[in-house]
Design a protein around this ligand. Sequence first.
Ligand SMILES: [Zn+2]
Length: 181
Amino acid sequence: MVQVAGVASVISSDRIREAAVKFPSFRVLLIKYEEFLFSQVQQTAACNAVHKVQARACSWLLRMQDLVGVDLPLTQEFLAQMMGVRRTSVTEVAGDLQKAGMITYGRGQIHIVDLKQIRHSACECDEDIRSHYRRMFDSGRVSKNEISLVDEGRRSSSPMKGRKPQPAGREPPRPKCRDHN
Ligand SMILES: [Zn+2]
């Protein structure tokens, strides 16, 4: 599902598979990204179950701001769908955030005014996801150790399946959720 309009590139799965076989670093990146995505899904599920709507909305706004900027072409209806809550809950939260000077919103448009305050009001999930991303990708390099871990996985099962490279000290964060507000 596309959450916000933008430019995207498309590549066939056959070409991706070819590139993954040919370039070990690319293969490792794909697998790391898959792991990151999976841990993000886990974190979001825990977040949805435990955290208050306002804290979740702030986390979501931070994520969107990273991807799109401070002007978000989003309706409240859509935001409600994304967060799995009723539209009235989003209206209430958007009103509170606007009163607090954090955002302004109009027809199909949310503008982030005070990022610092939004960060302060967000649940810890946004920071957990960010720090996990940094741990996994910020070095910008794939180590030989990571490549050999992936290749061991490939030898013991079919390509691109059944592998779980876990370089030492890099466990995906366990979703930890405490209540906010
Ligand atoms: Zn959360």
